[in-house]
Design a protein around this ligand. Structure first.
Ligand code: C2E
Ligand code: CA
Ligand code: CA
Length: 454
């Protein structure tokens, strides 16, 4: 069934596309290919896409860009193990190379996200191609340990010049289409929505991107600090550092206005480096006024783990500033961790060896695999705020939290509740044995570090 269809697909694809040798647009080095799949890494892919689109401007050729995301790849990793995930990817990579026209540029642009450049794709062929791609990915079902590993994929497609004129906009448009395919129920293909909605979204991201670039150039990113209290004593024991963009009029803009673009375009690590440096500096400068053991939490993004010099830079900074690494906790989310588990583990191990601590952020939403409690040397687990707020009404969630608290106690992991806004929630948290709480009830994020009560 698959092979019959694949044969048909190949014919259609091959006669319709102008072939581009992988890496033809720019020399690609070995470091620029992903070891698991042999596909281009995101930065190398961006370069190739830029050049393909540039040359399409002069030849008036169309260029299709197809991005796809494996639905539930994380679940496959969680339930069958990372080795199964890797083996799935390897198998998929070689089958995909057969399926696509020879020499097509393919890239792994994220943990479970891929991009394919299709020179010569006519806009009218975009949807049929996307449907074929979604079907191909659904039908790919390798067997491992007598079990068939089958996933679906969501596919987004955009075509130059129909949907965007610049390579970066083309990628944005295809990713937006991908988001829509997911919103519509996943396991399907979506071509860029010519309706306003997607243009709005692209416009918003463009504005955000301009804002991020400008803010980095002019040092506008600053840290604010929100207190974290010990529930039994009520004492402020720590602060979470959150980043803000400071406007000329002094207004502080929240991450939801810029983080999306910062992450998509790879600027988040620059922001995080700045925030980390400023927060550490604040600990030093305010040394005499703050509690000497005040702890500091810093958020890391998935992209930070790809920055090979970040670990060394953080260690050096903290050492030269005379801050004990045990006072610093890095908050990571599961979503960031699953992008490249091995890399994240190495990153964490290197900093943990120096005495830094780690917190698993936003626990309770998503898949919340217990696996991370064992695989990472965690100092704390932070329950997500939507989850925390639900405790008043949802008995199952209280049962879940009680269970996690007991597991964490056994593993010497501290539990922290976020988004605590009412005394009712505090009462429940106390009953459940949660150690720390953070939320508007105890303090809003503020540019100044909290002083100890006299
Ligand atoms: P997060 O790490 O889960 O941070 C907690 C968010 O909850 C913060 O939003 C905080 O202001 C908000 N919050 C705290 N207490 C309450 C409460 O009682 N009620 C409600 N409704 N909200 C509360 P914020 O500052 O807008 O940050 C949003 C997200 O942006 C953060 O979520 C984090 O994922 C990301 N982020 C913030 N700063 C940084 C940073 O420096 N680096 C990175 N990579 N990400 C950051
Ligand atoms: Ca956080
Ligand atoms: Ca959180």
């Amino acid at each position: 069934m698959i092979s019959r269809w694949r044969g048909r697909r190949k014919q259609i694809v091959r006669t319709r596309f102008v072939k581009v040798k992988r890496g033809q647009a720019a020399p690609v080095t070995q470091q620029e290919t992903d070891p698991a799949t042999g596909f281009l890494t995101r930065p190398a892919f961006r370069r190739v896409l830029d050049q393909v689109v540039d040359s399409a401007h002069t030849t008036s050729q169309t260029v299709g860009l197809c991005v796809f995301d494996l639905d539930d790849f994380r679940v496959l990793n969680d339930t069958h193990g990372v080795a199964a995930g890797d083996s799935y990817l390897k198998g998929l990579a070689s089958t995909l190379v057969d399926f696509l026209p020879k020499g097509t540029v393919i890239s792994r642009i994220g943990g479970d996200e891929f991009a394919v450049v299709l020179p010569g794709l006519e806009p009218s062929r975009a949807k049929p191609f996307g449907d074929d791609m979604a079907r191909f990915l659904r039908d790919f079902a390798p067997t491992m340990d007598n079990r068939s590993l089958q996933l679906t994929a969501s596919v987004g497609i955009a075509v130059f010049p129909e949907h965007a004129l610049r390579a970066s906009d083309l990628l944005l448009a295809a990713e937006r289409a991908l988001d829509e395919a997911k919103e519509r129920g996943r396991a399907r293909a979506q071509v860029v929505d010519p309706l306003q909605k997607s243009r709005d979204r692209t416009g918003i991201l463009r504005n955000q991107l301009d804002r991020v670039r400008e803010a980095l150039a002019n040092d506008r990113f600053i840290p604010v600090y929100q207190p974290i209290v010990d529930i039994s004593s009520g004492r402020i024991v720590s602060v979470e550092t959150l980043c803000r963009l400071r406007e000329d009029d002094g207004r502080l803009v929240s991450p939801d206005q810029f983080m999306d673009a910062a992450e998509r375009f790879g600027f988040v690590t620059d922001i995080d480096r700045r925030i980390i440096a400023l927060a550490i500096e604040a600990l030093v400068v305010n040394k005499k006024r703050i509690a000497p053991d005040l702890e500091l939490s810093l958020n890391l993004s998935g992209l930070d783990f790809e920055d090979d010099s970040l670990v060394a830079d953080i260690s050096r900074l903290v050492r030269t500033k005379g801050i004990h690494p045990g006072r610093i906790t890095f908050e990571i989310t599961e979503t960031a961790a699953v992008r490249d588990l091995k890399r994240v583990q190495n990153f964490i191990a290197a900093l943990a060896a120096e005495g830094f601590r780690f917190a698993l952020d936003d626990f309770g939403i998503g898949f919340s695999s217990f696996r991370y409690l064992r695989e990472f040397p965690l100092g704390s687990v932070k329950f997500d705020q939507s989850y925390v707020r639900s405790l008043v009404t949802q008995e199952e969630n209280r049962i879940f939290v009680r269970g996690i608290v007991s597991i964490c106690k056994g593993l010497h992991i501290r539990t922290v509740a976020e988004g605590v806004e009412t005394h009712d929630v505090v009462k429940i948290l106390k009953e459940l044995g949660v150690n720390r709480a953070q939320g508007y009830l105890f303090g809003f994020p503020s540019p100044t570090l909290p002083m100890p009560k006299p």
